[in-house]
Design a protein around this ligand. Structure first.
Ligand code: ADP
Length: 266
């Protein structure tokens, strides 16, 4: 693939970015990418210029979610990658590792140095022009996270949003994320409890499929803000599977109300 060529051309990290927000989770499948897209959409709906940087090496899924899967990334004359616009709106754009992979599973078998080089590229070689950049990171706290932090040490980073599901197992994993943030000096903007209950489309009653309140308890225990609970929303799943008219459908979803409050706090 073509990324090695650009290694010589990397510029300053996160140039053209007003402020960066990291989205972290203890493990995969809790809705980190979903929350990334929701935060970005909410900030966009508040009138900001927003970008999403998808460096989830385990499964870069953002392009599919916002309907730009398989798009080509163009370059500026000085060799920077130009973010791909969502719905042809240049004030809502995405760069994902997925755009640079020959096959979806490529990155999974990469060794450390190659991962770190790619992360560096994605943090330093993009022609952003955004107020906020929401960064979707891999799950856990791996070498990749350290690599991210090393590269953006001197950048304006607003902080990290931690995503968990309500069960205690997921909550335990988030504890490690909190420790990571403390050690690396990233401010914790707060915890979001995703898949928190299921609102029945027929009777509007909320069933708590998993235990509830884990995220809130964790936030209290570590004195960090609790940003809210996002219920399981079948219409949201559907819109994320296809990416079709993403913003419009998202604005009607239950999660969008919560995320709007979250975005207004930033
Ligand atoms: P992660 O990035 O943590 O691996 P994803 O954001 O990819 O997780 O979410 C995993 C799956 O769960 C996706 O198919 C997504 O559409 C779905 N999902 C996440 N949050 C919700 C929610 N609140 N309601 C319905 N489906 C959700």
């Amino acid at each position: 693939s073509n990324w090695q060529f650009f290694l010589l051309l990397s510029g300053k990290p996160l140039e053209g970015v007003g402020e960066a927000i990291l989205v972290l989770s203890g493990k995969g499948g809790v809705g980190k990418s979903t929350v990334t897209v929701q935060i970005a959409s909410s900030l966009k709906m508040l009138g900001h210029k927003v970008g999403i940087l998808d460096i989830d090496l385990c499964g870069p899924s953002i392009p599919r979610m916002v309907g730009v899967e398989g798009c080509d990334v163009l370059t500026t004359p000085d060799g920077k990658w130009i973010p791909v616009s969502v719905n042809n709106d240049k004030n809502f754009s995405v760069i994902s590792l997925a755009f640079f992979l020959d096959s979806k599973n490529d990155a999974v078998i990469w060794r450390g140095p190659k991962k770190n080089a790619m992360i560096k590229q994605l943090l330093t070689n993009i022609a952003w022009d955004v107020d906020y950049l929401i960064i979707d990171t891999p799950p856990g706290t791996s070498d990749e996270h350290i690599s991210v932090m090393e590269n953006i040490r001197d950048c304006p980073v607003k902080g990290a949003v931690l995503v968990t599901t309500p069960q205690m197992v997921a909550v335990d994993d988030v504890t490690r994320e909190l420790t990571f943030c403390r050690r690396t000096g990233i401010k914790v903007l707060g915890i979001i409890e995703n898949m928190s209950g299921f609102v029945c489309p027929n009777c509007s009653e909320c069933s708590n499929i998993f235990a509830t309140g884990g995220g809130q308890k964790l936030a209290e225990k570590y004195s960090v803000p609790f940003l809210g609970k996002v219920p399981i929303d079948p219409s949201l799943t559907k819109c994320l599977e296809t990416g079709e008219s993403y913003l419009e459908r998202f604005s009607q979803s239950e999660g969008s109300k919560i995320m709007k409050n979250v975005a207004e706090c930033f």
